[in-house]
Write a protein that binds this ligand. Structure first.
Ligand SMILES: Cc1cc2nc3c(=O)[nH]c(=O)nc-3n(C[C@H](O)[C@H](O)[C@H](O)COP(=O)(O)OP(=O)(O)OC[C@H]3O[C@@H](n4cnc5c(N)ncnc54)[C@H](O)[C@@H]3O)c2cc1C
Length: 337
């Protein structure tokens, strides 16, 4: 069976490894000359009470035989609203690294991969590949191919600014700020990977570059010069929904299948899961669309909750407790103010 995978990110690598576990060696194309993120960041994988599991690492191990090792457990979340602070202390999930280090998520996922990756190769269309391969898996992490096939809908644009900072930090802690003054209806957050270094991130939806600069300055002003800024990266990010997640012999997985929520909080698990499910259904001939439907429903539910927010809903508690999946992870009785 000849299978092409476009993109060697989280979803593409998960798909490739599952194909190999089933005796199929895919052809993988990657536009960069490496597999890890071009920007170094720290991410959280949250416990998710709305799924069949509460512990995501345990779930991946049991369900798909994937062993992942985080850099830390996420044991504390500090939620800062404009006028209040809420601290949650319990096991809320895990923290991973997404840079070039050996223990980064991409390197862990690809550890056993044997199929060669064709690097520095940008594939802008599935037209040729879908003729020369039995199946094509789109794992580009963006909506370009879906857009070219007129499959993308509900596109929403997000600007992200990340910075590596030095200072003094608590590891295992996620600090989040919600404030319309600098994040509109989004948020900023910080995750440390040691007690000396952290990544701080501002996420704002539907703004121009210059507006983003304004919001970044507003955000920095609340940090009161507590940190030394080492490097800053700007990203444009698009979330969208896809009309058909499979078209003939072409399968969409991960972000390129629209399987990311606007909050960016459940993208990793959905990418791994959709990659594995695409591989399995290609091998067995089962229906990929039905297999993936629970993930699509969850992303849609998440977006519906976010878009139904009124400005007055933007208190920390409302934000967390109305989001499917997250709300059960946070127990009101554990909250300190
Ligand atoms: C700042 C930020 C923070 C995030 N935090 C979290 C978090 O805390 N928790 C969480 O669960 N999720 C988080 N996410 C989302 C998560 O990173 C994504 O859901 C996940 O990486 C998607 O995996 P993917 O494989 O679909 O795409 P990617 O990981 O983006 O991989 C796509 C790959 O395809 C390659 N590629 C792209 N176009 C082409 C092309 N045309 N031809 C060949 N190769 C191509 C790219 O170079 C890349 O290697 C975050 C995202 C961002 C931006």
């Amino acid at each position: 069976m000849k299978i092409a995978i476009i993109g060697a990110g989280i979803a593409g690598l998960s798909c490739a490894c599952e194909l190999e576990r089933n005796g199929v060696s895919p052809t993988i194309f990657e536009k960069k000359s490496y597999i890890y993120n071009s920007f170094d960041t720290n991410i959280c994988i949250f416990n998710n009470s709305s799924k069949l599991y509460s512990d995501p690492i345990e779930y991946l191990r049991k369900q798909y035989g994937i062993e992942l090792h985080p850099i830390a457990r996420l044991t504390k979340v500090i939620l800062n609203g404009p006028d209040n602070q809420t601290i949650l202390e319990k096991n809320l999930g895990y923290i991973f690294k997404r840079g070039m280090e050996e223990y980064s998520l991409s390197n862990q996922l690809s550890k056993n991969l044997k199929s060669p990756i064709t690097f520095d190769t940008y594939i802008n269309s599935t037209e040729e590949l879908s003729k020369s391969f039995d199946h094509v898996v789109v794992a580009t992490g963006n909506y370009n191919i879906a857009k070219s096939l007129d499959l993308s809908t509900s596109v929403s644009s997000t600007r992200v600014k990340l910075a590596l900072i030095y200072g003094e930090f608590e590891t295992g802690t996620l600090t989040v700020w919600f404030d319309e003054k600098f994040a509109k209806s989004s948020y900023a957050y910080m995750i440390a990977h040691s007690n000396k270094q952290a990544i701080i991130t501002l996420v704002v939806n539907d703004v121009s570059y210059s507006e983003m600069e304004f919001y970044w300055k507003e955000f920095l002003s609340i940090l009161e010069n507590k940190y030394t800024f080492i490097a800053t990266v700007d990203l444009d990010y698009y979330t969208f929904l896809i009309k058909h997640i499979r078209i003939n012999n072409t399968f969409f997985i991960g972000n390129s299948g629209g399987l990311i929520d606007d909050f960016l909080g459940h993208g990793i698990i959905n990418s791994i899961e959709s990659g594995v499910l695409a591989a399995r259904t290609i091998i067995t001939g089962d229906d990929y669309v039905s297999a993936i439907q629970p993930l699509i429903d969850e992303v849609k539910g998440f977006r519906k909750s976010l878009t139904s927010f009124e400005d007055s809903d933007y208190s920390v508690e409302n934000f967390i407790f109305r989001l499917p999946g997250l709300k059960g992870s946070f127990d009101l009785s554990t909250m300190a103010r």
